[in-house]
Design a protein around this ligand. Structure first.
Ligand SMILES: Cc1cc2nc3c(=O)[nH]c(=O)nc-3n(C[C@H](O)[C@H](O)[C@H](O)COP(=O)(O)O)c2cc1C
Length: 182
């Protein structure tokens, strides 16, 4: 069974990542989770440790849970890294190669396939800076799941909705089976 690292960033769809973590674990995979500081405004580490059965990580420097260099340890034997939902802010930091928190540092240290599932307001997603950052990551081999079109947290309808957790999970299983993105 695979070792998966799920990164959750601070978007309105962060609660859906709890279902994703649960689906991945129920399929027999080991799922470690990292929440950004902003993500903890929307969801709690306890939710993720409860569904994953593993500690949930938030801090680059904290010794809780007890892992000495978490961004390295969590990526040492990784089969797949997922960031869902991925904010515009995370996509920008990843494209720039910043490592200013645990999630971006883990992303930089990761040598496994990475799947990013963006979610944001339509105008944000269509912003040339966001599109350019997503293109940069794509050109480096990072896979994208969505976003899809639909009803958004801000009340509008359009591109920027997080792909359904079950659909993201299917793409993960496909990648783990050696395939590409569907
Ligand atoms: C209520 C609320 C909802 C937000 N939803 C999103 C979102 O869906 N997508 C996004 O890119 N940013 C969203 N943001 C902005 C991010 O929280 C902000 O850019 C933050 O710095 C992201 O940090 P992170 O990428 O480190 O998690 C939202 C902010 C608020 C206050």
């Amino acid at each position: 069974m695979a070792e998966i690292l799920l990164g959750v960033t601070g978007g309105a769809a962060a609660f859906k990542a709890v279902s994703l973590a649960s689906l991945l674990r129920k399929s027999g995979h080991t799922v470690n989770c990292i929440l950004t500081e902003a993500a903890t405004e929307f969801v709690t580490p306890v939710q993720f440790s409860a569904v994953s059965g593993m500690p949930c990580y938030t801090d680059l420097f904290s010794s809780q849970p007890a892992v000495s260099i978490p961004h390295i340890t969590l990526t040492d034997n990784l089969d797949l890294m997922i960031v869902a939902p991925a904010t515009a802010h995370f996509i920008a930091r990843a494209a720039l190669g910043l490592g200013d928190d645990l999630l971006t540092s883990a992303f930089l240290a990761c040598s496994s396939p990475v799947l990013i599932a963006p979610a944001m307001n339509t105008r944000m997603w269509n912003n040339p800076a966001v599109q350019s950052n997503a293109s940069i990551l794509s050109s480096r081999g990072i896979r994208f799941a969505g976003p899809v079109s639909g009803k958004l947290a801000c009340g509008t309808t359009g591109d920027g909705r997080l792909m359904e957790p079950s659909d993201i999970a299917e793409i993960c299983f496909n990648i783990l089976d050696g395939g590409g993105v569907l």
